[in-house]
Design a protein around this ligand. Structure first.
Ligand SMILES: *[C@@H]1O[C@H](CO)[C@@H](O)[C@H](O)[C@H]1NC(C)=O
Ligand SMILES: *[C@@H]1O[C@H](CO)[C@@H](O)[C@H](O)[C@H]1NC(C)=O
Ligand SMILES: *[C@@H]1O[C@H](CO)[C@@H](O)[C@H](O)[C@H]1NC(C)=O
Ligand SMILES: *[C@@H]1O[C@H](CO)[C@@H](O)[C@H](O)[C@H]1NC(C)=O
Ligand SMILES: *[C@@H]1O[C@H](CO)[C@@H](O)[C@H](O)[C@H]1NC(C)=O
Ligand SMILES: *[C@@H]1O[C@H](CO)[C@@H](O)[C@H](O)[C@H]1NC(C)=O
Length: 403
């Protein structure tokens, strides 16, 4: 009975711990709407405005493949802030100021995430990008030079998703049957995603999935890596964090979560994050055996500039040195895993959002296991003492005084 109590005490403690470290004010909802090329009567270029209105604030996400695929994140302290796009200016060679959010005084925080390049290298001996030598790289895919399908047919206002699908103009025709996509999902509330890696999202985040589908590898044992760059106003520090867990219930075999967070210095308002599990998948409808290890590399913060062609230049006035630029590489596949060519598919998911990143709690299964594990010694201890006590009583009754 004491053992059972022990289990319950540890169980309750763990629940309490889980509740205290919990991510999000549960049940917080935003009203989300999607708007494609607002104010432009053409689908020759792609700009998607996701507006997520909360009680007294608005999150704007502006995704575009005009230039390198980019998302702008703007958080305002107003429920009615609006996006203004001057298309003439945006499509001109000097787009500075073409994208604005009004009223300007309501803006609390802005950031851009740019998907700059895809590297392909020979991973015969190592899948570690940082160990690949110069001669082992195939020509880099510069995503600013890709041709993108119109979003018309892939945008779904019910599921709040849209897919930017692009092809490179490689002379070898590596994109003849294949494509590279960024699939975007917006969220109205907190919930755990159904597909692997089953990320826990909040109303303050969106998901982006990077998908390489049927792109012909340019050699045997090709490995791919994605380079991501972030830009934000000064007064913040970008930090790369790794969170390890003993719990892989939601993402089998994966025990690490990585996140790139911006930490405000001297009380600048606002912060944001990019969060991912160290897993990619070799199938759209992934099961645990489709897990592909994904590796990230140190954050580069020196000497990085935003590619000439990105809507980041249309929003941030002048990308001076005052803007913090950071870049990171993420590669897919490990030594003991099949190379890309066998499945011809890679899908990697990440959350992009405002404020603090969602924090995983222990899953109920792990809590139960821990409770039993912590409870068992108590059971054994109590059980042992009772048994000893009983034995002693019995012994003493056996050794009755000899007459
Ligand atoms: C907005 O609402 C939230 C929750 O209702 C509150 O915590 C916050 O202080 C409010 N912010 C402003 C700027 O009014
Ligand atoms: C849009 O930009 C163009 C070119 O800079 C400028 O001439 C025009 O006045 C702008 N339109 C609006 C509505 O601001
Ligand atoms: C793999 O290792 C062999 C032997 O060390 C070397 O000759 C070869 O160049 C390496 N190839 C790659 C792609 O690293
Ligand atoms: C594209 O697919 C066709 C038919 O499946 C195949 O014959 C061809 O080799 C493929 N091309 C490339 C570049 O993979
Ligand atoms: C790739 O593998 C095929 C079949 O195993 C082989 O014929 C070919 O020479 C290899 N190519 C390279 C570049 O190693
Ligand atoms: C990513 O890797 C490539 C190839 O090694 C390198 O040129 C580039 O600078 C790296 N970028 C970052 C952000 O580390």
């Amino acid at each position: 009975m004491l053992g059972l109590t022990g289990s319950w005490v540890s169980l309750s403690l763990l629940w309490l711990l889980g509740a205290l470290t919990g991510a999000d004010p549960a049940g917080y909802r935003r009203k989300v709407s999607l708007d494609y090329n607002p104010g432009l009567n053409s689908s020759s270029v792609n700009l998607l405005h996701i507006r997520a209105v909360g009680q007294n604030d608005t999150l704007h996400y502006v995704w575009s493949t005009i230039g390198a695929p980019t998302v702008l994140l703007v958080h305002t302290a107003s429920g009615s802030s609006a996006l203004r796009v001057n298309w003439t200016k945006l499509l001109s060679p000097s787009p500075s100021g073409a994208i604005r959010v009004e009223p300007a005084h309501s803006i609390l925080y802005s950031k851009a995430v740019v998907f700059t390049k895809v590297f392909e290298f020979n991973g015969t001996n190592s899948s570690d990008l940082s160990k690949a030598r110069e001669g082992h790289f195939y020509p880099t895919y510069d995503l600013a030079n890709f041709t993108w399908d119109s979003l018309d047919s892939t945008m779904n206002e019910t599921t709040l998703t849209a897919t930017f699908r692009g092809v490179g103009s490689d002379p070898q025709g590596t994109f003849r049957n294949g494509s590279l996509s960024f699939r975007v999902t917006a969220y109205e509330e907190s919930r755990r995603d159904d597909p692997l890696p089953r990320l826990l999202h909040t109303a303050n985040s969106s998901k982006v999935e990077f998908i390489l589908h049927k792109v012909s590898p340019r050699g045997n044992h090709s490995r791919f890596a994605l380079e991501i760059l972030t830009v934000e106003e000064g007064g913040r520090q970008q930090r790369l964090e790794s969170i390890r867990s003993i719990d892989d219930e939601y993402t089998p075999t994966i025990f690490e979560m990585a996140q790139l967070v911006s930490i405000p210095l001297n009380h600048s308002p606002g912060s944001s994050f990019l969060q991912w599990k160290t897993a990619a998948y070799s199938s759209w409808d992934a099961k645990r055996e489709d897990t592909v290890h994904c590796q990230y590399y140190p954050l580069q913060t020196e000497n990085r500039t935003v590619p000439q062609s990105s809507i980041a230049h249309a929003y941030f006035d002048e990308l001076r040195s005052g803007h913090g630029v950071a870049a990171i590489n993420i590669s897919f596949g490990s030594e003991d895993q099949e190379a890309y060519e066998e499945k011809g598919y890679i899908r990697w998911s990440a959350l992009i959002g405002f404020g603090k990143p969602p924090q995983e709690m222990f899953s109920p299964l792990v809590i139960a296991i821990l409770a039993v594990a912590l409870g068992t010694p108590v059971v054994l201890l109590v059980g042992g003492s009772v048994a000893a006590l009983l034995k002693r009583t019995k012994q003493s009754s056996e050794y009755e005084p000899i007459n």
